[in-house]
Design a protein around this ligand. Sequence first.
Ligand SMILES: Cc1ncc(COP(=O)(O)O)c(C=O)c1O
Length: 353
Amino acid sequence: MSRYWSKVVAGLTPYVPGEQPKLPNLIKLNTNENPYGPSPRALAALRGEVGDTLRLYPDPNCDALKQSIAAFYQLNPAQVFIGNGSDEVLAHSFLALLKHDEPLLFPDITYSFYPVYCGLYGIEYRQVPLTESLEIRVDDYLQPNGGIIFPNPNAPTGRPLALAEIERLLRANAGSVVVVDEAYVDFGAESAVGLIARYPQLLVVHTLSKSRALAGLRVGYALGDAGLIEALNRVKDSFNSYPLGRFAIAGAAAAIDDRAYFEQICAKVIASRARLVSKLAALGMEVLPSAANFVFARHGQHSGAALAASLRERGIIVRHFKNPPRIEPFLRITVGSDAQCDALIAALSDILA
Ligand SMILES: Cc1ncc(COP(=O)(O)O)c(C=O)c1O
């Protein structure tokens, strides 16, 4: 705290990202990156950007990338907004669409950046408890609100919400924006993108960090009615007109265009998840049903903190949340390659023995 700080900064509680370790050789299963590399076509497009044109600003509207994304989802480019990682897209959504007089609703156990954006932008919010089995129950959201946001599948639980339930929520909630954060949807949940044409209050947010294996490039996007997208553009052009550089625009467009590679690596992660879940269960761990590229698992006899620390001693990092207390026993484990999952299982069986 310094006397030069603004009141706003003094009052912030910033998000704490998962560790990006400087030590080599750690098995990194803590931030839900993809174990496979980006599409070879994306890498070639990135190399193609190295040159004299870097002296010029990039396209502020990312038109070429918008075209690719719109074509992928059979939408119109005016229904696409692009940002520097989906975190930036979410931040703009909070300011543009979710800041109203009534409180914003989101689950009590969810992506922990949501309350941070509320703190930054002065947004009132109410956390809606997940059920006993750590599921989102739509009926709990049928109350006055200034907006609703949740990930599908939810993080860090990995549990999906059925599309019919999302549509039931949209039908009952026409007066405020519903943001579905589909960061992990490509690993097995049902996307709400197909509902955009019928529900002008629906915004669906995606990232290239997980299913396109491009966390290092920082690209995310939102899909929704052109009126919602226009609100996001107004915030973007009041903040940073050029959120994506030339590398990000070119690499992301090539990654979206390479549908075959995307489908292939998603299928591999899904197969590895099934294998990991059965091995964790064989060690006596309880694993929540996951539609994401991570699993949420606990062991009845050990605290989550102790398990995470023992794994770290063995060179494996996973994510552990101290709060709220009912998720303390859980570890959030990224689905790595089969070799990485096997190393995790070997370390866990050693710890549990
Ligand atoms: C639910 C959820 N939404 C959004 C993000 C942000 O992703 P990015 O900013 O890399 O696009 C994450 C990252 O882990 C996440 O878990």
